[in-house]
Design a protein around this ligand. Structure first.
Ligand code: GLN
Length: 573
């Protein structure tokens, strides 16, 4: 059940940023870091976990990031972006919680389906085992069957890395979260505190009328955790102001935590300022101290963090220019619905020493309102999406970008709509549409039952299980030399992550696409499916069937986003 402790000596490991190598001492199996959240949601547990991962990497350790989501869904693939935020797509096609995007962006690691778990999936596994008779007729209970499954998930593969950082979704006290806290309690008994640590992210409100930071909500949250047998080792306290010595002493005493382990997590202007701030506040140092890890390289670590995260800070806080980009979508009311896209645009800004200001336009707004905003921006982006709702506003924005020569980037649905727009307005085929929107029409975007990925032929069945009909995960694409896409990527062999059901129907409508002035500069590796589209009659009109935003990081901005921001910066309006 719990991974065996194996002794291994790793003399040197390379740091994530490529250039830094540390020599460190003998380690046994992975140290487990649990990240829980108290008081309320939206405090940024995902960012805190990512920041811990990044800081440990800067110390030369290898890490793995995992997340347990207590909701009952089997995976987040069918959850609405309106309610839950973006569905993040991993290399292997796993549809995961958006926090995985933060993990990958902060640490540069590639997460896998085996790093993500939900209550629905745990029950599914346990029930399948029960049906197979694996439990030999026992009655199935939360303890031990569900908790064992949770512990197995947490410890799986932990011999391969130095630290496993495991975030528990939700807030302590949520009814769905109980088995998870119980599993953490059991693991910290089985492995001992020498191998496990609980970092509890909490909130310290500042009450203006009293002029004071208040510790009571945190005290209650820790008491709740203690009543379930949990005990935080580090309190990471989100706060508008630095915690005073008195506040730290109080939290230390009432929450049963060493004073040095009560750490301020100040509100920050950018999420990328957080790792350095956590480091200065002592978070990674205290984690290492908890495990008795001694490193004689504190000044090297400070140097590494300041040359990596610190350099980011300079380009975020004092960039040379500002550029406005409009993003026309239908999930604009929830900030998290387009989180990877927002981050990829920010990264594109970092690549150009520029701040990107995003004007989110609700595509269901009247055309005049959309047009008023488009008049003020230097780039137009149409993101991915599902169903026909709001597509008229997106088509309007694409036509605007095409006719006025405004830099345009279309993502997934944005590419499909760029095809429909050109067929309707350049060629004059007003019935051009997607099978996703209409039962009748000229289906320039259609449902394709089959495609090949490497040596595998994959099939989709129309109307099949919602989670199972999509082209998902990393897919290779050939980029034509002599195209803008080639100049941007600098290579003809690329791979990007996908998440869509419909495809451009090039088999039936190639002639119409030629007339529409569309050039498919990227095709799937088997040559059958268009992957990248561009227009020769435009300065920068690029669209992709994939989701490049999932692969962009602040240290390696995605070339498409960097090029799009560059084109927007050079537009004279
Ligand atoms: N709805 C479109 C499809 O399923 C596009 C999906 C997307 O933008 N991710 O093909």
């Amino acid at each position: 059940m719990v991974s065996k402790i194996c002794l291994e000596t790793i003399d040197a490991i390379s740091h994530n940023f490529g250039c830094l190598v540390f020599v460190r001492s003998r380690l046994t199996m992975s140290y487990l870091i649990f990240v829980t959240g108290g008081v309320m949601s939206s405090l940024g547990k995902g960012i805190a976990a990512s920041s811990i991962g990044a800081l440990l990497q800067a110390r030369g350790f290898s890490i793995r990031m995992k997340k347990l989501d207590p909701y009952i869904n089997v995976d987040p693939g069918t959850m609405s972006p309106f309610k839950h935020g973006e569905v993040f797509v991993m290399e292997d096609g796993c549809e995961a919680d958006l926090d995985f995007g933060h993990y990958e962006r902060f640490t540069g690691i590639t997460c896998l389906a085996s790093d993500s778990m939900t209550t629905g999936r745990i029950y599914e596994t346990v029930l399948n085992k029960e049906r197979r008779g694996d439990y030999l007729g026992s009655d199935i209970q939360v303890i031990p069957h569900i908790t064992t499954e949770i512990k197995d998930f947490i410890t799986a593969g932990s011999n391969d890395v130095d630290f496993t950082i495991c975030e528990i979704g939700g807030t302590v006290g949520d009814i769905e979260g109980l088995p998870y806290i119980e599993a953490l309690r059991q693991l910290s008994i089985e492995l001992g505190k020498a191998k496990t640590i609980c970092v509890h992210l909490t909130f310290i409100p500042f009450v203006k009328t009293a002029g004071e930071l208040k510790t009571k909500p945190t005290q209650y949250s820790v008491k709740l955790l203690q009543s379930m047998g949990g005990q935080p080792d580090i309190l990471l306290c989100r706060s508008e102001f630095e915690l005073t010595d008195d506040v730290k002493s109080k939290l230390s005493m009432f929450c049963n935590i060493k004073k040095n382990n009560v750490i301020t997590a100040l509100d920050a202007d950018s999420i990328y300022l957080i790792p350095e701030q956590h480091h200065v506040a002592g978070l990674d140092r205290q984690i290492c101290a908890h495990f008795g890890i001694q490193q004689d390289c504190e000044s090297d670590v400070n140097g590494i963090i300041s040359t990596t995260w610190g350099s980011l800070q300079r380009s975020i806080v004092s960039p040379k220019s500002l550029v406005k980009i409009a993003a026309v979508g239908k999930y604009t009311k929830l900030k998290d619905a387009y989180i990877s896209l927002t981050q990829a645009l920010i990264h594109g800004g970092i690549a150009n020493d520029s701040t990107v200001e995003i004007d989110w336009i609700d595509s269901e707004k009247p055309f005049e309102q959309i047009s008023d905003t488009l008049d003020k921006v230097s780039g137009i982006l149409v993101p991915g999406g599902f169903s026909s709702r709001g597509i008229d506003g997106k088509l309007f924005a694409i036509q605007y970008a095409r006719e006025k020569n405004i830099p345009f980037l279309g993502i997934c649905l944005g590419m499909q709509l760029a095809v429909i727009e050109a067929c309707r307005n350049v060629v004059g085929i007003k019935t051009a549409t997607s099978r996703e929107f209409d039962d009748d029409g000229t289906f320039v975007i259609d449902f394709m039952g089959k495609w090949t990925s490497g040596s595998i032929t994959e099939t989709r069945i129309k109307g099949g299980n919602k989670g199972g009909t999509m082209r998902l995960g990393s897919q290779r694409c050939r980029v034509s030399p002599d195209s803008l896409a080639y100049r941007i990527y600098g290579t003809s062999d690329i791979s990007e992550r996908h998440r869509h059901r419909y495809e451009i129907n090039i088999a039936e409508h190639r002639e119409m696409f030629d007339k529409a002035g569309i050039v498919f500069s990227g095709m799937s590796y088997d040559g059958t499916l268009p992957e990248i589209l561009e227009r020769k009659d435009h300065n920068f009109f690029v669209a992709t069937q994939a989701h490049p935003e999932f692969k962009s990081t602040p240290f390696a901005p995605h070339p498409l986003f960097a090029a799009f921001v560059r084109a927007a910066l050079s537009l004279k309006r």
